[in-house]
Design a protein around this ligand. Structure first.
Ligand SMILES: Nc1ncnc2c1ncn2[C@@H]1O[C@H](COP(=O)(O)OP(=O)(O)OP(=O)(O)O)[C@@H](O)[C@H]1O
Ligand SMILES: [Mg+2]
Length: 160
Protein backbone atom coordinates (compact mmCIF):
# COMPACT_ATOMS: atom_id res chain seq x y z
CA UNK A 1 0.00 0.00 0.00
CA UNK A 2 1.43 3.36 -0.90
CA UNK A 3 1.44 6.40 1.31
CA UNK A 4 0.20 9.67 -0.22
CA UNK A 5 0.71 13.11 1.27
CA UNK A 6 -0.24 16.56 0.03
CA UNK A 7 2.44 19.26 0.33
CA UNK A 8 1.08 22.78 -0.23
CA UNK A 9 4.35 24.72 0.03
CA UNK A 10 8.08 24.12 -0.17
CA UNK A 11 8.34 24.33 3.63
CA UNK A 12 5.87 21.44 3.87
CA UNK A 13 8.06 19.42 1.54
CA UNK A 14 11.13 20.13 3.67
CA UNK A 15 9.21 19.27 6.85
CA UNK A 16 8.07 16.04 5.30
CA UNK A 17 11.68 15.23 4.43
CA UNK A 18 12.63 15.88 8.03
CA UNK A 19 9.96 13.43 9.21
CA UNK A 20 11.02 10.88 6.64
CA UNK A 21 14.59 11.15 7.89
CA UNK A 22 13.36 9.73 11.19
CA UNK A 23 12.80 6.41 9.43
CA UNK A 24 16.14 6.32 7.68
CA UNK A 25 19.27 4.46 8.61
CA UNK A 26 22.57 3.45 7.07
CA UNK A 27 22.13 1.21 4.06
CA UNK A 28 18.90 2.82 2.88
CA UNK A 29 18.29 3.84 -0.70
CA UNK A 30 15.65 6.44 -1.47
CA UNK A 31 14.77 6.89 -5.11
CA UNK A 32 13.20 10.25 -5.91
CA UNK A 33 11.15 10.54 -9.07
CA UNK A 34 8.99 13.26 -10.58
CA UNK A 35 9.40 15.98 -13.20
CA UNK A 36 11.80 18.91 -13.27
CA UNK A 37 11.11 21.29 -10.43
CA UNK A 38 8.84 18.84 -8.61
CA UNK A 39 10.66 19.29 -5.31
CA UNK A 40 13.08 16.35 -5.18
CA UNK A 41 15.96 18.53 -4.03
CA UNK A 42 13.71 20.37 -1.55
CA UNK A 43 12.70 17.03 -0.06
CA UNK A 44 16.35 16.01 0.12
CA UNK A 45 17.12 19.24 1.99
CA UNK A 46 14.55 18.23 4.60
CA UNK A 47 16.03 14.75 4.80
CA UNK A 48 19.48 16.28 5.28
CA UNK A 49 18.18 18.55 8.04
CA UNK A 50 16.51 15.60 9.74
CA UNK A 51 19.66 13.52 9.54
CA UNK A 52 21.75 16.41 10.84
CA UNK A 53 24.29 16.46 8.04
CA UNK A 54 26.74 19.15 7.03
CA UNK A 55 26.78 21.24 3.88
CA UNK A 56 24.10 22.85 1.76
CA UNK A 57 22.06 20.43 -0.28
CA UNK A 58 21.74 21.91 -3.74
CA UNK A 59 21.03 20.89 -7.29
CA UNK A 60 24.43 19.91 -8.56
CA UNK A 61 25.51 21.50 -11.81
CA UNK A 62 28.59 19.42 -12.45
CA UNK A 63 28.90 17.23 -9.44
CA UNK A 64 26.63 14.23 -9.73
CA UNK A 65 26.99 12.87 -6.22
CA UNK A 66 27.92 14.62 -3.03
CA UNK A 67 28.59 13.25 0.43
CA UNK A 68 27.17 15.20 3.38
CA UNK A 69 28.88 14.12 6.55
CA UNK A 70 26.93 13.87 9.79
CA UNK A 71 27.25 16.77 12.21
CA UNK A 72 27.48 15.29 15.73
CA UNK A 73 26.58 18.72 17.13
CA UNK A 74 23.16 18.33 15.50
CA UNK A 75 22.74 14.71 16.43
CA UNK A 76 23.92 13.50 13.05
CA UNK A 77 24.98 9.86 13.01
CA UNK A 78 24.92 8.87 9.37
CA UNK A 79 26.16 10.47 6.16
CA UNK A 80 23.82 11.44 3.36
CA UNK A 81 24.93 10.71 -0.18
CA UNK A 82 22.89 12.86 -2.54
CA UNK A 83 23.13 11.94 -6.19
CA UNK A 84 21.44 13.52 -9.17
CA UNK A 85 21.62 11.50 -12.35
CA UNK A 86 19.76 14.01 -14.52
CA UNK A 87 22.81 14.89 -16.58
CA UNK A 88 23.43 11.25 -17.24
CA UNK A 89 20.27 11.21 -19.32
CA UNK A 90 22.33 11.98 -22.44
CA UNK A 91 25.20 9.64 -21.64
CA UNK A 92 25.81 6.76 -24.01
CA UNK A 93 26.07 4.37 -21.10
CA UNK A 94 24.47 5.92 -18.00
CA UNK A 95 24.92 2.71 -16.05
CA UNK A 96 28.69 2.88 -16.55
CA UNK A 97 28.67 6.50 -15.39
CA UNK A 98 26.76 5.46 -12.27
CA UNK A 99 29.29 2.69 -11.66
CA UNK A 100 32.02 5.34 -11.77
CA UNK A 101 30.38 7.16 -8.87
CA UNK A 102 31.12 4.16 -6.68
CA UNK A 103 27.85 4.51 -4.82
CA UNK A 104 28.15 0.88 -3.83
CA UNK A 105 31.23 1.74 -1.79
CA UNK A 106 29.26 4.13 0.43
CA UNK A 107 25.75 2.70 0.33
CA UNK A 108 26.10 0.43 3.37
CA UNK A 109 27.31 3.21 5.66
CA UNK A 110 25.15 6.05 4.37
CA UNK A 111 21.64 7.05 3.49
CA UNK A 112 21.67 7.32 -0.31
CA UNK A 113 19.12 9.61 -1.95
CA UNK A 114 19.06 9.69 -5.73
CA UNK A 115 17.23 12.03 -8.09
CA UNK A 116 16.61 10.83 -11.67
CA UNK A 117 18.04 7.44 -10.79
CA UNK A 118 15.17 5.22 -11.85
CA UNK A 119 16.45 2.21 -13.74
CA UNK A 120 20.03 3.03 -12.78
CA UNK A 121 20.58 2.48 -9.08
CA UNK A 122 18.00 -0.01 -7.84
CA UNK A 123 20.56 -2.82 -7.93
CA UNK A 124 22.68 -1.10 -5.27
CA UNK A 125 20.61 -2.62 -2.49
CA UNK A 126 17.92 -5.26 -2.43
CA UNK A 127 15.18 -2.94 -1.16
CA UNK A 128 14.44 0.74 -1.58
CA UNK A 129 11.89 3.42 -0.99
CA UNK A 130 10.43 5.02 -4.09
CA UNK A 131 9.25 8.57 -3.63
CA UNK A 132 7.28 10.14 -6.45
CA UNK A 133 6.57 13.87 -6.33
CA UNK A 134 4.06 15.45 -8.67
CA UNK A 135 3.12 19.02 -9.19
CA UNK A 136 -0.52 19.97 -9.49
CA UNK A 137 -1.97 22.92 -11.42
CA UNK A 138 -2.42 24.85 -8.18
CA UNK A 139 1.34 24.38 -7.52
CA UNK A 140 0.84 22.06 -4.58
CA UNK A 141 2.80 18.82 -4.60
CA UNK A 142 1.60 15.31 -4.05
CA UNK A 143 4.13 12.86 -2.75
CA UNK A 144 3.59 9.15 -3.02
CA UNK A 145 5.79 6.69 -1.18
CA UNK A 146 6.14 3.16 -2.44
CA UNK A 147 7.94 0.55 -0.40
CA UNK A 148 9.95 -1.78 -2.63
CA UNK A 149 11.00 -4.87 -0.73
CA UNK A 150 12.66 -5.23 2.63
CA UNK A 151 10.85 -3.85 5.65
CA UNK A 152 9.86 -0.58 4.00
CA UNK A 153 6.12 -1.22 4.22
CA UNK A 154 6.35 -1.67 7.99
CA UNK A 155 8.58 1.35 8.37
CA UNK A 156 6.21 3.52 6.37
CA UNK A 157 3.42 2.53 8.71
CA UNK A 158 5.43 4.27 11.45
CA UNK A 159 5.22 7.50 9.51
CA UNK A 160 1.58 7.72 10.53
N1 LIG B 1 5.08 22.21 -2.24
C1 LIG B 1 6.29 22.39 -2.78
N2 LIG B 1 7.23 21.45 -2.61
C2 LIG B 1 8.45 21.58 -3.17
N3 LIG B 1 8.85 22.62 -3.91
C3 LIG B 1 7.97 23.61 -4.11
C4 LIG B 1 6.66 23.53 -3.56
N4 LIG B 1 6.00 24.63 -3.94
C5 LIG B 1 6.86 25.35 -4.67
N5 LIG B 1 8.06 24.76 -4.77
C6 LIG B 1 9.22 25.28 -5.52
O1 LIG B 1 9.51 24.36 -6.57
C7 LIG B 1 10.91 24.24 -6.74
C8 LIG B 1 11.34 22.80 -6.51
O2 LIG B 1 12.69 22.71 -6.87
P1 LIG B 1 13.60 21.46 -6.62
O3 LIG B 1 14.96 21.85 -7.06
O4 LIG B 1 13.43 20.94 -5.26
O5 LIG B 1 12.96 20.42 -7.66
P2 LIG B 1 13.61 19.10 -8.26
O6 LIG B 1 12.51 18.10 -8.35
O7 LIG B 1 14.82 18.73 -7.48
O8 LIG B 1 14.03 19.57 -9.72
P3 LIG B 1 15.13 18.92 -10.70
O9 LIG B 1 14.46 17.80 -11.42
O10 LIG B 1 15.47 20.05 -11.61
O11 LIG B 1 16.28 18.46 -9.88
C9 LIG B 1 11.56 25.19 -5.75
O12 LIG B 1 11.79 26.41 -6.40
C10 LIG B 1 10.49 25.35 -4.68
O13 LIG B 1 10.55 26.57 -4.00
MG1 LIG C 1 16.79 18.45 -7.99
Amino acid sequence: MSHVVKLPAVEDTRDFGRRLAGLLRAGDLVLLTGPLGAGKTALTQGIGAGLGVLGDITSPTFVIARVHRPDPARGGRVALVHADAYRLGDATDPRAEIDDLDLDASVDDSVTVVEWGEGLVEQLVDAHLRVRIDRRDDDTRIVELDPVGGDWARRLADLG
